[in-house]
Design a binder for this molecule. Structure first.
Ligand SMILES: [Zn+2]
Length: 234
């Protein structure tokens, strides 16, 4: 059942390079039911919807079986490894469009948060996990997501276009820039969870884990804790 899930994920990443950043985020919004699926991104939407349904079905299966496998990869991998606190689908799809994806799979983090992920690796802090396997640790993506999700009243409410622009400029571009600077030919990327998009009235924001549930949003793509081996596209 997991292998089918990884097929969908890999296909989805291959497909995402055919779409603009904005179309990809709109396709995600169609999965939540915020905007109708449009011809502009119908194929991508269908893949994302298929992925969301599978995640929902599998969300109760503990990821323990994958952890030993991931630790083996981390021990044996000789190139740079980047550990992210929070890597969402918009960034994952952008990475897939800019780099060649050699391997891509993910662990389902049923709570979509860091606390759950740390328990799988028996570490107290994400930094401990990064140190254990000599990974570079980036936590600014989570801080940016919390800037929007924690301070709803202080932050401007975004239209969908404004949210797309904000995420692209503050999160996605920065992540791509950092990965591009890594000199190794191959790079392994790993994250504890992603984030979800929420809609309140006409406004859009983001959240992950419990926040999504308390804001009455859907917890879907937050649950993806990706592991991706990428190579510079030639
Ligand atoms: Zn967080």
């Amino acid at each position: 059942m997991y292998s089918e899930l990884y097929h969908i994920f890999y296909d989805l990443l291959s497909l995402s390079r055919l779409y603009s950043y904005g179309s990809r985020v709109r396709a995600l919004c169609s999965v939540y039911g915020y905007v109708p699926p449009s011809n502009e991104f119908l194929d991508l939407y269908a893949k994302l919807e298929g992925l969301a349904k599978k995640i929902d079905k599998l969300s109760e299966i503990p990821p323990s079986s994958s952890i030993g496998f991931i630790e083996k990869i981390l021990r044996e991998f000789d190139y740079s490894v980047i550990l992210f606190d929070n890597l969402g689908m918009p960034e994952i799809m952008e990475i897939a469009s800019k780099f060649e994806v050699l391997i891509a799979f993910f662990v389902i983090n049923p709570h979509g948060d860091t606390a759950a992920f740390k328990t799988y690796f028996l570490v107290r802090y994400m930094r401990n996990l990064a140190e254990k396997y000599a990974m570079d640790f980036l936590n600014f993506p989570d801080k940016i997501i919390h800037k929007l999700s924690d301070h709803v009243d202080k932050c401007p409410d975004f239209s969908l276009n404004e949210l797309i622009e904000y995420l692209y400029n503050n999160l996605t571009l920065r992540i791509i820039r950092i990965i591009s600077k890594v000199e190794d030919d191959k790079i392994l990327l790993m994250a504890d969870h992603g984030y979800d998009i929420i809609k309140r009235g006409d406004n859009f924001s983001v959240c992950h884990g419990y926040e999504c549930l308390s804001a009455k949003g859907k917890l879907i793509f937050s649950k993806i804790a990706p592991i991706m081996l990428i190579r510079r596209a030639t």
